[in-house]
Design a binder for this molecule. Sequence first.
Ligand code: ATP
Ligand code: MG
Length: 311
Amino acid sequence: MPRKEILKTTRRLTEPFIVTKGKDFRLKDFDPTDTRGLIDKGEAAQLLERGVQWLAEEQDMLYAQDRWSVLLVFQAMDAAGKDSTIKHVMSGINPQGCHVSSFKVPSKEELEHDFLWRYIKRLPERGCIGIFNRSYYEEVLVVRVHQDILARQMLPPELVSERIWDERLTEIANFESYLTLQGTVVLKFFLYVSKEEQKKRFLARLDRPDKHWKFSASDVHERQYWNDYMAAFEETIRATASKRAPWFVVPADNKWFTRLVVAAAIVEAVERLDLHYPKVDAQKKAGLAAARNALMQEKEKAAPRARTKKA
Ligand code: ATP
Ligand code: MG
């Protein structure tokens, strides 16, 4: 399929799920089971393969150019498919230019710092792709739903008020705006799974011994707070979606569709950068020609003969 055709398809895939204007965002306008009826599964697999290949080519140029960086943020409820989406979409990527950071419960050292500290340390350098498997958004999601976590963050009490969530959301929006103006492309993915599908996936994990390691009893406990999480996600997206750093609310009840939308969004964003290999100037060209000459004129030195032992 020619590139132009692929781009048309990616646009069709991403357009319904991109949020660039938070003010108008309502979670109820999105459906976790949505697959748009655009394509069948076989076609989807083919498209994904092409997208992954494309991404690999673009990444090579991103790295060579060494100007832009890309930050991909993944947020979701448990079992929404963050890990497997990251694995599939990035499967063609050169590990040298890509780094995945998974953020868990913060350590004692991390709690001794401002809330962005541990995330800033993991930002991608120029030419590289950074993937955040959970991110600074946990600071307005899990921390907001379970406010005892906030109490552990060692903040001076006079700085903690009801306004803290709005303040954090503004700080995050400003932080992302700063990053984009420094040459980091920021894309944020909320893998939107339904509560019913999560239950199915948990039960499937319980049925499979090879998946038991992924199961945690606390994941089931968290289901009690489902509505609180959804409210927190909605407010978060409303406050932090922008043209510069858009959210994608990706339907996550069908994994094949989730992967496709995420791949399409990344391909599109990277394509927009119009990447190319750095131009080689005349001086460098002359240097290359000289190097070629030197290599061609090099006399092959005879390989030293192996000494034969005297009997
Ligand atoms: P998986 O379950 O797919 O292996 P995961 O991302 O859920 O991956 P876990 O080790 O199960 O990883 O969970 C990480 C936990 O850390 C989550 O419950 C998350 O809410 C929590 N967490 C992440 N960031 C913070 C934070 N800043 N403060 C408190 N808890 C956090
Ligand atoms: Mg988990």
